[in-house]
Ligand binder design. Structure first.
Ligand code: ZN
Length: 441
């Protein structure tokens, strides 16, 4: 089995073209980093507002309290800002995270906050926690004055190289000076210290820098660790044979926002038991967390679709950012399954001409039957809705995030088959179904 390098070609091209400018959110997203904590996923949406929060639960009380405090703060800020204006468009709050473990000792958490109310705003929160001392870490805890001066020097050197036009301002001089306050936002990755500058500090836009530990100081007492390497998915040799009868009714079950360990696996077990297939619209940010689940999906005849990287409403993003969301997800799914998805489901079903353009040869898939499982969180309600409303050719929307949905799927899979429906993937539905009702694009 050959080993695949961690850095995907997309990331390299992205770094080369310098599109890091002002896009801190995308800085590390091409390879996911969830090294610590279980993901907590909260959603709440209606006609005017979409809220999608993903943040880690580490089991360390102080850390978890801080993370929850941040998510509450931004939810409040979002609610207040929404109240201030007459709302015409759908507004959005999206929180996503990265987490790192260095030397089995330092936990770093970075929250990316995205608020879209008329205009898009981005915020970053970071924390570093020392497991040995059971305390939060500031940069002065491991850098003395000399080390801090060297850091400031290195930072200026790198910024002047990356942003030669913008390094003459007074702000630039003030906010890159060797003070603890200027370097309050940082994380410790295995390979490098990463520092973040918010908009309105060093520059008008945000910026971040990755500083390999070796470039800092010997006295820092920190070195790069080996980073983990993905084992690629060798091509599937025994892809399941499907016997789909185009003359019989069929529906496509679809599960969004996963995978999750508990619920996705339970759904997969039942699909396998009844030789049924489904389509999983996974998030790029989760794909590399669960390579074995994605591989199992494919091996057992299911389909994987692209549900973007960080679940933002695509219609509020620039063309460049939409492309980034789609491409990063294509790559992260390909990294673990050796396949590029052919389907895209935009979060919240939101699409416009730009989104369609960015889809480039991939099908945009929404749904024809919405179980509203995220709203009811009730197994019986979900099962009844599907059984009462299902039609030949339907694409059924569910989320493999909730126990109630997994339980509903376990009941629905044999029940739909008893009613005469073949359970097929979305691509197979498009290919074989004679009924166009569910083939919504
Ligand atoms: Zn979704």
């Amino acid at each position: 089995m050959k080993l695949q390098k961690l850095v995907c070609p997309f990331l390299i091209s992205c770094l080369l073209c310098g599109c890091g400018k002002g896009t801190v959110v995308s800085s590390n997203k091409q390879s996911t980093h969830h090294e610590i904590g279980e993901s907590v996923h909260e959603q709440n949406y209606d006609d005017n507002s979409v809220i999608n929060l993903v943040y880690p639960k580490t089991g360390i009380e102080e850390v978890d309290q801080q993370i929850v405090a941040w998510t509450q703060y931004y939810q409040k800020l979002y609610a207040t800002d929404r109240n201030d204006i007459a709302l015409q468009e759908k507004t959005e709050l999206n929180i996503d995270y990265q987490s790192y473990l260095k030397d089995d000792r330092y936990i770093s958490i970075k929250l990316d906050v995205f608020i879209s109310i008329h205009e898009n705003q981005e915020f970053i929160e970071t924390l570093v926690y020392d497991l040995d001392h059971q305390a939060f870490v500031t940069i002065s805890d491991f850098m003395d004055t000399a080390a801090l001066e060297l850091l400031s020097e290195k930072v200026r050197e790198m910024l002047e190289e990356q942003y030669p036009e913008e390094c003459n301002s007074q702000n630039y001089a003030i906010f890159t000076a060797p003070s603890v306050k200027n370097f309050a936002k940082f994380i410790m990755r295995k390979d490098a210290l990463v520092v973040y500058f918010e908009p309105g500090t060093v520059f008008d836009h945000s910026a971040y820098l990755e500083l390999p530990y070796e470039d800092l100081l010997d006295g820092l007492n920190m070195a790069s660790e080996e980073t983990s390497v993905f084992v690629p998915y060798e091509d599937v040799l025994n892809e399941p044979v499907k016997n789909i009868d185009p003359d019989k009714p069929m529906v496509a079950l679809t599960f969004d926002d996963g995978p999750t360990k508990k619920y996705t696996l339970a759904i997969l077990d039942t699909l396998k038991e009844y030789q049924a297939s489904a389509t999983f619209f996974v998030l790029g940010s989760r794909a590399s967390d669960y390579p074995e689940i994605l591989q199992r999906m494919i091996l057992e005849g299911n389909e994987i679709g692209n549900h973007t990287f960080s679940h933002k409403q695509l219609t509020t993003l620039s063309k460049e950012n939409i492309e980034e969301e789609i491409t990063a997800t294509q790559e992260s799914i390909h990294d673990v399954t050796n396949r590029y998805p052919k389907l895209i489901r935009p979060p919240y079903g939101s699409k416009n001409d730009t989104v369609m353009q960015c889809a480039e040869g991939k099908k945009i898939v929404t749904w024809s039957l919405d179980t509203e499982d995220w709203k009811s969180r009730n197994t019986e309600t979900i099962v009844n809705k599907v059984i009462n409303e299902v039609n030949d050719g339907d694409i059924i929307l569910m989320h493999d995030l909730y126990a109630s949905t997994a339980e509903a799927a376990i009941i629905l899979i044999p029940k739909l088959q008893d009613l005469g429906y073949q359970l097929v993937t979305v691509s197979d539905l498009y290919e074989f179904s004679k009924n166009d009702s569910g083939k919504i694009m």
